[in-house]
Design a protein around this ligand. Sequence first.
Ligand code: B16
Ligand code: MG
Length: 219
Amino acid sequence: EMKAVIFDLDGVITDTAEYHYLAWKQLGEELGIPFDRTFNEQLKGVSRMESLEKILAYGNKTNAYTVEEKEQFATKKNELYKQLIQKITPNDLLPGIEKFMQEVKEKGMKIGLASASKNAFTVIEKLEVGHYFDTIVDAATVKHSKPDPEVFLKAADQLGVPYESCVGVEDAQAGVEAIKRAGMFAVGVGNADQLAQADLVVSSTNELKFVDLFRAFTE
Ligand code: B16
Ligand code: MG
């Protein structure tokens, strides 16, 4: 029985995925490691330091920097990102997502947020959607980042809902994998080939409909 829906933030509720991309891209260029959106898919849902490691590996620079330098790079990216998210308003909610959250709530489901981002609280505040969430997992308390299921398991535990009664909604490959490893029903938002592991894929947030989800879940 479906009892809760746990949402990813970046790329599902708002398009901060684009801001993460722009910030990493700028840092990558400064380090002489240009990359495109296809490579960027691998960074979605992945923690800050792990994203940096992936970029350095992509540029064959895994061992080129000290731990301190890497921390400086990650901080620099985060400063760029924090500047970009300052301008977020409720207009930046992805199409149809608020309506979907309302529907989910009306059906008596609990709602959780499972974001890997340490900036999640700021973004939720700017979007003015904090009241929809029964729980928000603080990324700072999560030890293992997606595709590890920890953040989804924690959200379910905080909601008091068994894992098999939870639906996870994700735009990232690593995120869909995390949901499946948590033993939950996975909804992918985006490209069906990239998110092939999901139980249900919709092309955009506009296509998220409670009836379709309910049907797919109970099938
Ligand atoms: P921060 P999500 C993830 O958020 C992003 O998808 C990923 O690109 C980012 O590196 C990660 O958060 C960490 O974010 O640097 O702000 O702590 O998709 O899990 O909501
Ligand atoms: Mg995401």
